[in-house]
Design a protein around this ligand. Structure first.
Ligand SMILES: [Zn+2]
Ligand SMILES: [Zn+2]
Length: 350
């Protein structure tokens, strides 16, 4: 047998190889259709007995299986034979290391992530896949924060769907019992035009952590935007101010300037009402901009370094936020996701 990967062996099995490829592609911000092919193939062979997969490899019939294309089949064949798949070796070499050179000490101090999406709203993967990957990254907790009803383009969750999701989160935690990991209940709730939060207070009260963000009318005038944000920050349910300017600095959605508001007033309100300012780690957001990040630091705000992951591999974006927080000289103890789960929950529900 020719060994295309230079003699490296692989003993992780085919599902792990496919999942790792998908993870690395997502981290590298590759097109989701490419990633989906590998995740789809992993889902197909996961329930199959090993002997059956091996038989399909030997018979050359892998691509007859639903969701298994030519490149996934090559990966599966190599993995089953104990050979490092070439695609995986190449991706590990290109993208396997830390996402950034800086911020690694702070990254190691993070215990979890307060902002993530599943395929219940506009994420690309099921809840349990997000949870598994968070465990693999060493997180103690991940807050699942799918969108709220008004964000219809992102399939925001109605009160009824969110209620159902809470039951699923309980089931996932039961299933993972003892793993030293908790999937926490959350929401990324829209801050409506008047500063109200886009979910019932009864339901917000049942959650562990609430991120609130502006997603509409980003261009409203600065005075109105300031009033809108401060009204939300005063809501005792709100814990984290998500991507405060809404700017996009790069990426396939194009760029847009951040919304205008009186940042001093907004961050002073965050400090007063114990709301953490999110350092959104997504490379296309880099929100808040450095000037505002330093202002929030000087006003005594708490921070949350969040991935805002819409796919499992994006959970590793945290490194980008850590690098920025370190550059801004932010004290790790003011970053709420360096805190143990109990302290985090006491803060969010105090
Ligand atoms: Zn958002
Ligand atoms: Zn989000």
């Amino acid at each position: 047998m020719s060994d295309r990967s230079g003699g490296q062996s692989w003993d992780g099995g085919a599902v792990a190889a496919l999942r790792r490829i998908a993870f690395l592609l997502e981290r590298a911000r590759e097109d989701t259709y490419k990633v989906k092919a590998f995740r789809g193939a992993a889902a197909t062979i996961l329930p199959m007995p090993e002997a059956e997969v091996r038989a399909a490899v030997e018979a050359g019939t892998l691509t007859d299986l639903p969701g298994v294309g030519a490149s996934s089949a090559r990966v599966i064949a190599d993995a089953v034979r104990g050979v490092m798949p070439e695609r995986l070796a190449r991706l590990e070499a290109e993208h396997g290391g830390p996402v950034t050179a800086g911020g690694q000490e702070l990254r190691a101090a993070l215990r979890g992530d307060l902002h993530s999406h599943s395929d219940w709203s506009d994420g690309g993967s099921p809840i349990e896949e997000m949870a598994f990957t968070a465990i693999e990254l060493g997180h103690e907790y991940l807050v699942l924060t799918d969108h709220s009803p008004r964000l219809t383009v992102a399939h925001g969750l109605s009160a009824e769907r969110l209620t159902r999701q809470l039951g699923v989160v309980d089931a996932v935690n039961e299933h993972l019992g003892g793993a030293g990991f908790t999937l926490l209940k959350g929401i990324e709730v829209d801050i409506l035009d008047d500063g109200a939060l886009d979910q019932t207070d009864e339901l917000l009260a049942r959650l562990d952590v609430r991120v609130a963000s502006v997603h509409s009318k980003l261009k409203m005038d600065a005075d109105a935007m300031t009033r809108r944000m401060v009204a939300a920050i005063r809501n005792p349910r709100m814990n984290v101010l998500g991507h405060c300017t809404g700017r996009l600095v790069t990426g396939n959605r194009g760029t847009r300037p951040g919304s205008q508001f009186d940042a001093k007033t907004v961050f002073a309100a965050c400090a007063e009402h114990d709301v953490a300012v999110e350092i959104n780690s997504r490379p296309e957001r880099r929100d808040p901009p450095t000037r505002l990040l330093e202002l929030a630091r000087d006003l005594g705000c708490l921070f949350s370094i969040d991935s805002d992951a819409h796919a499992p591999g994006q959970l590793d974006f945290l490194g980008f936020g850590c690098e920025r927080a370190e550059q801004a000289g932010i004290d790790p103890d003011r970053i709420v996701n360096t805190w143990p789960k109990d302290r985090l929950l006491a803060w969010a529900n105090g």
